[in-house]
Ligand binder design. Structure first.
Ligand SMILES: [Zn+2]
Length: 178
């Protein structure tokens, strides 16, 4: 699961770090894959891509003011530390999602075996056991992997990764505003 498909809904709690609106994440993913240049117009606070005539950032409500009087001037590129932070966040999340997904597959394999070995009808007939086990494994591994990876892995991974993102954001803000 990559969260880049339109159907992937990601867990997103509110916290005090404005980083990574969906638009910014989509932009940075494209940049990191070499599919887009890292140029444009970005909110001067949270780096969400904004259009030429956007006055207020739709994500963090920062006023785009080139004079810097009423709000931060828009950026022409997303700073490298922000890109690095996203890549780090995604790699932590992916590890948790995939780890839990593998656990789900393992649960399907073991529970299927337990059922086959535990029910005499299956234990005494290789044919019936196979007829049961093959589709059980096929469907069960998808269901368990999806449940564990997509739900628990996503939440735990997001929380773990977000902790690092918040720290990186605080560090960046201190550096930027120094
Ligand atoms: Zn913003």
């Amino acid at each position: 699961m990559s969260f880049d498909d339109p159907g992937d809904v990601r867990f997103r709690p509110d916290d005090d770090c404005p980083l990574f609106s969906q638009a910014l994440e989509d932009h940075l993913v494209a940049v990191s894959k070499g599919n887009a240049p890292n140029t444009g117009r970005f909110c001067g606070n949270c780096y969400t891509p904004i259009s030429r005539d956007t006055v207020r950032c739709p994500h963090c409500s920062e006023v785009a003011d080139t004079t810097g009087a009423t709000g931060r001037a828009p950026a022409r590129a997303v700073p490298q530390p922000i890109l690095d932070t996203l890549l780090r966040q995604r790699s932590i999340e992916a590890k948790w999602v995939n780890g839990f997904a593998y656990l789900g597959v393992l649960i399907a394999v073991i529970s299927g075996l337990a059922i086959v070995l535990g029910i005499p009808l299956f234990r005494n007939s290789l044919l019936l056991a196979t007829i049961f086990y093959a589709p059980y494994l096929l469907i069960g591994s998808r269901v368990f992997a999806g449940l564990l990876g997509g739900y628990y892995g996503d939440r735990i991974g997001y929380e773990k990764a977000r902790t690092e993102t918040r720290a990186a954001w605080a560090e960046w803000v201190a550096e930027r505003d120094a």
